[in-house]
Design a protein. Structure first.
Length: 288
């Protein structure tokens, strides 16, 4: 009983015993399907090959005393079903038997469901991005925009500390007669005049700071008799605008830039003329 069970397990149900396919180009050489244990192994090799349509398994016997012993037989694979002919010890059959719906292993293999759970091959759900603060790039951009806004605010003097009708340049500053001031919004290239701003206190409507020279004496004269006449004299003595040297300094800066441009251009032309003269000299020497 055991021998019958082993024989049926090692032989496909649709195999033709003692028969081989008539194709000497395949059966006349070494087994193209290699050496296998039994006919079922040979059919399994044909089943996994795309070009195989049929197989023949031939039992072999290892000569006595030869080591190592070869497997039980050779497997021959055919690309098409040929005519069968009789041959002792051969087993032939198609790629798969009708009652074999799937590839059969020569031994039982069980694969627990725990190895491959149902959701093993499902795409994991996408995680929603957590709400985070601004990135480094966004913070740098906001900082730059804030600094840019602050710098732009410096271009225009605004507020009670700014002196109306005043002008200044960054090199010479404001007139000392206005008091302790700073120049706001001045530039050199292009030349741009700024506005005087009082360092301490507000600037009055006449353009002077609270610590301007002569302002205390003027206030005392306002309190004394004849204050109106004294006010006219004081206003005439104090300058209302900046020193005219600011305008002269701007004009001098422009002239300096123009002069440098002219010098550079003339030097370049002189160098080009010298190079042309040297080139002509070399050409004359080559002709001679």
């Amino acid at each position: 009983m055991a021998s019958i069970a082993v024989a049926s397990h090692s032989r496909p149900s649709c195999v033709e015993e003692n028969m081989t396919y008539d194709d000497e180009s395949v059966t006349g050489a070494l087994p193209n399907g290699a050496f296998v244990v039994n006919a079922l192994h040979c059919q399994n090799l044909c089943a996994v090959s795309l070009s195989c349509k049929a197989f023949t398994y031939k039992e072999l016997a290892s000569p006595a005393g030869v080591w190592p012993a070869v497997p039980a037989g050779g497997c021959y694979l055919f690309s098409a079903e040929k005519t069968l002919k009789a041959e002792d010890g051969a087993m032939s059959g198609p790629k798969s038997c009708k009652d074999q719906h799937h590839f059969k292993m020569p031994f039982n293999v069980t694969m627990p469901n725990s190895w491959f759970p149902e959701d093993a091959f499902k795409k994991p759900p996408e995680k929603k991005p957590e709400e985070e603060g601004p990135s480094m790039a966004e913070e740098m951009k906001a900082t730059y925009q804030g600094l840019k806004h602050k710098v732009r605010n410096l271009d225009v003097c605004d507020g009670p500390m700014c002196c109306p009708g005043s002008s200044c340049h960054f090199a010479s500053g404001c007139s000392s007669s206005r008091g302790t001031t700073r120049c706001i919004g001045a530039g050199l290239f292009p030349p741009k005049f700024g506005t005087c701003q009082c360092v301490t206190g507000a600037c009055d409507h006449e353009g002077y700071c609270s610590d301007a020279p002569g302002r205390e004496d003027l206030e005392r004269k306002f309190e004394a008799p004849g204050a109106e006449a004294a006010e006219g004299v004081a206003n005439a003595a104090l300058p209302r605008h900046s020193d005219p040297r600011f305008a002269l300094f701007g004009i001098a800066s422009v002239l300096l830039v123009v002069g440098l441009a002219v010098v550079v251009r003339s030097s370049r032309r002189r160098a080009e003329r010298q190079q042309d003269a040297l080139q002509e000299t070399f050409e004359c020497e080559n002709l001679e």
